[in-house]
Design a protein around this ligand. Structure first.
Ligand SMILES: *[C@@H]1O[C@H](CO)[C@@H](O)[C@H](O)[C@H]1NC(C)=O
Length: 335
């Protein structure tokens, strides 16, 4: 009897510990069955043979980069909308030129009209932080990159942190540890460039020597290899669709849930706070690339905080060393 009673309790505790690594994660959308899965349940290896290793009953994946190869995995299914998440721990120490990516794409299926949603982590030289970049491509619009870059309020190499993407018919929200950091809404202006075709989820590590760190100035140094990125708490909560279906739709309860997700005023305030403090680059402010900003950009008063290159001015003033302490459990008030 005790066991029967305690099961749901421990299960709840387990869910909380998996889904709510900190109290901030209360911001994550309330989705039914937001369970984590094992690698075998949802993924398949893409490349890198033994540089992909499973740990912890197949629920943690290590991807490593050495002189020979990087590594990557992909979801077995294609998804049209959903919530996609992983807790990621990045390689520590010297990581210039190393790129870790957690992203959705359909570039294999739609070569000319692909869609893509990215979290990209760009390694750095010792003593400087990893940077995070998000990007949105829609319908093959690779000529129009929608990159934003940020720094983090924690050391992403010291512990796992949760990176998530919500994608519905209406909107895309990127989250870090449950805190929304970017939202893209389907607007008439963006129209065809809002990602709208089924995508796979991917995770990779690779050598980005030619561009990743200071425009290619610092290359991957294999003296420090292997570089290991760890992925856990894998969540694939989406409308999986048949790749041969010409007009797939995401219907039913899950679709209604995805479409009903809106940020609360609190979430919006937290997102703004994060962006003011931590966004180091935005395509919307990049007058070198876009003399006229893409239509969805609403510029407002924040423009004065950015240089014409799209870089945030504070990024130049700021002391460039490590700014975070050793605590990885700051709450959103400390962002
Ligand atoms: C996507 O691009 C293709 C080819 O350029 C075009 O025919 C199609 O109408 C576009 N789709 C949307 C939704 O705009």
């Amino acid at each position: 009897m005790a066991a029967a009673l305690s099961f749901p309790f421990y299960f709840l505790l387990f869910l909380c510990s998996v889904l709510l690594p900190s109290h901030e994660a209360a911001f994550l959308p309330e989705l039914p069955n937001l369970a984590t899965i094992s690698f075998e349940e949802g993924y398949t290896q893409l490349f890198g043979d033994s540089n992909l290793m499973l740990h912890g009953d197949g629920r943690t994946v290590h991807l490593s980069l050495d002189q020979r190869t990087g590594a990557g995995f992909a979801s077995q299914d294609l998804y049209l909308h959903g919530f996609f998440s992983a807790s990621i721990k990045l390689p520590s120490d010297y990581a210039a030129g190393v790129v870790v990516a957690f992203y959705m794409s359909n570039g294999d299926v739609f070569e000319k009209t692909h869609d893509e949603l990215d979290f990209e982590f760009l390694g750095n030289i010792r003593g400087r932080e990893w940077r995070v970049q998000t990007n949105v491509y829609g319908n093959g619009s690779t000529a129009i990159g929608r990159e934003e870059r940020y720094d983090l309020w924690f050391d992403p190499t010291e512990d796992y942190h949760q990176y998530s993407i919500l994608w519905s018919h209406e909107r895309i929200i990127f989250y870090i540890d449950g805190i929304p950091i970017r939202e893209a809404v389907r607007t008439r202006e963006m129209s065809g460039q809002f990602p709208s075709k089924p995508m796979n989820l991917y995770a990779t590590i690779w050598d980005g020597s030619i561009w990743a760190t200071s425009g290619g100035r610092y290359k991957v140094n294999y003296k420090y290899a292997p570089y290991i990125a760890e992925f856990a708490d894998l969540v694939l909560h989406g409308c999986s669709v048949d790749p041969t279906d010409d007009t797939p739709v995401c219907q039913g309860n899950d679709a209604r849930v995805y479409d009903s997700i809106r940020m609360s005023p609190d979430q919006q305030a937290t997102m703004s706070k994060y962006r003011v403090k931590h966004m180091t680059y935005s395509y919307c402010h990049d007058r070198v690339r876009y003399s006229t900003p893409p239509a969805e950009c609403t510029l407002g008063h924040e423009t004065k905080s950015f240089l014409p290159s799209g870089e945030a001015k504070f990024n130049y003033r700021r002391h460039r060393g490590k700014r975070y302490g050793h605590s990885s459990s700051l709450n959103s008030a400390d962002l």
